[in-house]
Design a protein around this ligand. Sequence first.
Ligand SMILES: Cc1cc2nc3c(=O)[nH]c(=O)nc-3n(C[C@H](O)[C@H](O)[C@H](O)COP(=O)(O)OP(=O)(O)OC[C@H]3O[C@@H](n4cnc5c(N)ncnc54)[C@H](O)[C@@H]3O)c2cc1C
Length: 413
Amino acid sequence: MTKPIIVIGAGIIGVSTALWLQRAGRRVILMDRSKPGMGASYGNAGLIAQWAVVPVNTPSLWKDAPKYLLNPNSPLFLKWTHLPKMLPWIAKFMSNANRVDADRMVNALIPLLTDAVDQHKSLVRGTRLEHWISNSKFSYSYPTYADFEHDAFGWDMKARAGFTPTILTGNQVQDAEPILGHATGCLAVLEGQGHITNPAGYITELAAHFIENGGEFIQSEVKDFIKSKGRITSVETSQTSIPCMHAVITAGIWSKDLMRKLNLKVPLETERGYHVIYKNPSQMPNDPIMITKGKFAVNPMDMGLRCAGTVELGDHHTGPSQQPIALLKRYAAEFFPTLKYSETEDWLGFRPSTPDSVPLIGEIGNSGIYAGFGHQHIGLTAGPKTGRLLAQMITGKTPNIDLKPYTPARYLR
Ligand SMILES: Cc1cc2nc3c(=O)[nH]c(=O)nc-3n(C[C@H](O)[C@H](O)[C@H](O)COP(=O)(O)OP(=O)(O)OC[C@H]3O[C@@H](n4cnc5c(N)ncnc54)[C@H](O)[C@@H]3O)c2cc1C
């Protein structure tokens, strides 16, 4: 039997990669220490965010970050105890917050994101999973039209990617989205978008589909890699050694730990993010909305109304902080003033982020080991395309986009 390709990590990136490799006729083993879809992919906002080409580290961050960190009502938090460890990453992240690097980052993100709804549809075409991709609009809620105008840099970048909004003001806002109270004075609406109504359910079914079609899933933690003459020969768990042709690291934030096993130190840190679910809500928005004041998205989901977002710079070992959850709840009360619900549930997830907000996609040297991680705020969106690109690289096909911006080599000198 031919040796398999082992995909490590069954979040959206790993599951998509496993499926595209399987479709290319390869024998694939998907591994995860948990069940599929339990990492960052579990509780995200569910947006297929084709327009999200603007990274957090744009030039205005120099002016905004200090203000944000000192203001308890701002959606940027820092776990101060983790600051010394995170400082080198923050320094690199901030060094990219200039006009030239912003252009570079946006240009790298555009090919990964702008056809994402089609990429998700392509991943599920002809399967019983087609129902997971909901077509929708997506709106940005601003307190006033002046706040929308203040966001001109971001909208210029989105226009470059082909996304220009229709602007609603005054009563048009509540006519379009009755859940919004008068805290929203301006709505910038993008047509032709998409979302997922239960990201964990979607990934669970993608993994089940992979298994039904002959793929193997092993629930076990990968501990190490064995190489011979610089090439991967097997993947190690605490119980066994699994020979393989190639390995793909799609382990989200934990990819950093696996890269250390290869004696490589990647600058990967987490932008911790939170969700609050309002169960049995009396109202739902018609389509997902970004509440710009709180930097969170609200999505009408199967399990209730999910508000997900905020950024807390910190570690991926400690549990949730209360301030971001309280902030989500405060802004939800302000922006959905007539919402009633039976109870709330909250969650913390770890976005895997690089200092240039661009993921690592490609072979690590000539090792037969591939990187597919670092998708910060856009992993659900870019998962299917990343998986397709990795499968093309591994099977010797030439992807139709320039892969240089994503090369792992940029961080592994
Ligand atoms: C609050 C919040 C909202 C978000 N909203 C959106 C959104 O609306 N749209 C969007 O596109 N993105 C969004 N994101 C970002 C998105 O969720 C992530 O970019 C994406 O989930 C990353 O996927 P992944 O497959 O790389 O990692 P993960 O989903 O974290 O999966 C990694 C997997 O690897 C496994 N693993 C780790 N180490 C090992 C090991 N040694 N052995 C075996 N298995 C291992 C883990 O168990 C885990 O299952 C959001 C994130 C957050 C936190």
